[in-house]
Design a protein around this ligand. Structure first.
Ligand SMILES: Cc1ncc(COP(=O)(O)O)c(C=O)c1O
Length: 456
């Protein structure tokens, strides 16, 4: 008798349950190619169901190719599916689902969440549900109202005077970069090293080589490149603000080589030592493509951002977006309209800045005895130089205690730097204290962590 069990209380029809059960027996190797299936009358009797149920279940499996049948010869397990078992493809997850507690993210990218968040979201989604969605694919540039609000905010907060017509709404920095790469001439992209790993991955996925630009040195030459990807307001992950002289050098190198600089302006509003540094794009609109994101000021899971591109790229960019229908979902754009229009983004940036301004010195005070700060602390993370072994030990200790901090080495390609990237947006205050205590204990135990061995 086949080991099948049907559940009459289940909302799933009995014939579907029977088909599911037989499929599972084949995938698990209990039934193999060529095995004869019981006659419908017998199986119906064994399972206590009508014969019609078994016939419907068999018909489904015959249609899907799991079973084969011939009049007069009965029904058997078809040849193909038996090979599943031999191939090891069981259709089941090989790795059991993870049941451990998720780690508290103390990386460079997890922001603090404002406590007003839920109420504000409820309002935004209520408005979305009352609005009428566009009938077809919407304007590939993004919702006009949203572009208008973003343009106004970029002028006010980033020194970028742009019209709504010049703003493009994207699915975040990565998506903005992907679309931009689609319309740039062929060639490698020069990226800071250490630098933003997701950008490197997007560039490589677009089939372009990545050229390493030492992160803290002036850009010497961009000859032979299609573009250069930079984080001028807050070098990711070393933290430095690109000095004015280096900005001008980078622009001169871009002009000389006829290439575009891509400015990733990811967390520039979160400065608490000085006023936010104006965007590099404000110095030369025709040479710099600006990428902004809602991931830091609102939520990374929103997957929303904006670009401001040199004029000569706009037509090709829009045509590419129109062709690929690759624009952020309308409901998300519509919700962002509410958040910007009602001042939520401004007020959450103000509150988050205060939270980070209070947390940053706590992190510095705790870790400074053991490591050297790589650059000024801004945004929601700090980067520490220390020998790699100590960094690895501290990261492991943090992980055992339920926290994720990152190794500086993982951001390096040719650069030889080691240390830790410690974010402070993701944890609660109590979690941050616990994590710092764990890191301090681990670093105190590491021999040679006096903060001098940065290049290894
Ligand atoms: C350097 C940098 N740029 C941009 C982003 C945001 O990317 P996205 O807008 O794709 O979420 C992050 C997020 O961690 C980042 O670290």
């Amino acid at each position: 008798m086949l080991p099948l069990r049907l559940d009459r209380a289940s909302p799933s029809p009995l014939a579907s349950q029977l088909a599911d059960g037989v499929r599972r027996l084949i995938l698990d190797g209990v039934l193999s190619a060529g095995d004869r299936m019981p006659a419908t009358r017998r199986l119906a009797g064994d399972l206590g169901v009508s014969r019609a149920v078994v016939e419907r279940g068999y018909d489904q499996l015959l249609a899907e190719g799991w079973l084969a049948a011939r009049t007069g010869a009965g029904t058997w397990v078809a040849e193909g599916p038996g090979e599943w078992e031999a191939s090891g493809a069981t259709g089941r997850r090989r790795t059991p689902p993870r049941t451990e507690r998720p780690l508290v993210m103390m990386d460079a990218g997890t922001p603090w969440i404002d406590p007003r968040h839920q109420a504000v979201w409820r309002r935004a989604w209520r408005e979305v549900s009352a609005a009428t969605p566009p009938r077809g694919y919407d304007d590939p540039r993004g919702l006009a109202e949203l572009r208008h609000l973003v343009a106004e905010r970029l002028g006010r907060t980033r020194g970028l005077r742009v019209d709504a017509d010049e703003v493009r709404i994207t699915g975040g920095t990565g998506a903005g970069l992907r679309h931009l790469l689609a319309v740039l001439p062929a060639g490698p992209v020069a990226v800071e090293d250490p630098g933003y790993r997701a950008a490197v991955a997007v560039i490589r996925a677009a089939g372009r080589p990545v050229r390493d630009l030492p992160a803290l040195e002036p850009v010497a030459s961009l000859e032979g490149c299609a573009a250069s990807y930079l984080t001028p307001a807050h070098q990711h992950p070393l933290g430095r603000v690109m000095p004015a002289a280096d900005r001008l050098t980078a622009l001169a190198a871009a002009r000389a080589a006829g290439v575009v600089l891509v400015e990733d302006d990811y967390d520039s509003e979160f400065r608490y030592d000085v006023a936010p540094v104006p965007a590099l794009t404000s110095l030369d609109r025709e040479r710099v493509a600006y990428l902004g994101t809602a991931s830091k000021s609102i939520l990374p899971s929103l997957r929303l951002g904006w670009s401001v591109l040199p004029d000569d790229l706009l037509d090709a960019y829009d045509a590419h977006r129109r062709l690929t229908h690759d624009a952020p979902p309308w409901p998300v754009q519509r919700a962002m309209v509410t958040l910007l229009r009602d001042g939520y983004v401004d007020s959450v940036v103000r509150s988050a800045r205060q939270v980070y301004a209070e947390r940053a010195p706590r992190v510095v005070a705790a870790l400074e005895p053991f490591a050297e700060l790589a650059g000024p602390v801004a945004g929601m993370y700090s980067t520490w130089l220390l020998p790699h072994e100590g960094a690895v030990r501290a990261r492991r200790a943090a992980e055992r205690a339920g926290f994720r901090v990152n190794l500086l080495r993982d951001y390096c390609r040719s650069a030889r730097l080691s240390g830790l990237v410690v974010g402070f947006g993701g944890p609660t205050d109590a979690e941050l204290d616990r994590a710092l205590a764990v890191l301090v204990d681990a670093l105190a135990e590491s021999p040679g962590n006096e903060g001098d061995a940065t290049a290894v």
